[in-house]
Design a protein around this ligand. Sequence first.
Ligand code: IPD
Length: 266
Amino acid sequence: MALRSALINVMVAAAQKAARHLVRDFGEVENLQVSRKGPADFVSVADQRAENTIVAELQRSRPHYGFLLEERGTVEGRDNSNRWIVDPLDGTTNFLHGIPHFAISIALERDRDLFAGVVYDPIGDRLYWAEKGNGAFLNGRRLRVSSRRKMDEALFATGIPFKGTKNHPLFLRQLEGVMARAAGVRRFGAVSLDLAYVASGRYEGYWETGIHPWDMGAGVVLVREAGGFVTDLDRKTDFLYRGEILAASPDLHDQLAEVLRSAAAP
Ligand code: IPD
């Protein structure tokens, strides 16, 4: 069993406290499908409450750190070097539809670098964590990215753009390029878990555009610490605030990037 640092313990405690409410609320969602107001308002209240719980817990242990929050945006802290990046409910659409695939994602950015990450899937009780230089773990077991080397054996994940997001034709070309070469493509609907699955070697790689730092922050630390590469689709490393990501095992990263690049070429 891997020993967790004090920092990771703080993050885990916050995630698990928020998870207790979320799991209870998830149980209610099905009853609400038939109610007059519908579940959307209920879910946004659940999301907000989870965020409040996480903020209160993290603030209690590290009162001067700032925040970047999905629901409330930026909250400045007295400490300029450390900032939490939080998605209290990643996979909101799944949650809303009663699909048990969602997670709480908490990252720590230290001196503008992603330093630690916790992703908690409360339904599967799967707790992923990673800290820079100390490895990535799932429920205490060390994680390594996949060792498959060939594109035609590789399973990839992505996110399908939806109403209100941009450049659907480009995505279709990219998907077509990957479909033609890979063993399979999945779209499960929670960025943090897509990245956790890359870190676990379940997927060889994952790409998505139109996402946010709170979707990916914690998962990026997991993939890096499990031995994977993370960039944007052009292989640049300053991707966090650009809204796109390509995360993969070292052997497949270049191959996936190349397929996506040629799909984008005019
Ligand atoms: C969403 C999920 C989804 C991705 C969306 C994200 P949210 O996060 O991670 O997989 O495709 O772009 O916005 O809104 O549920 O926190």
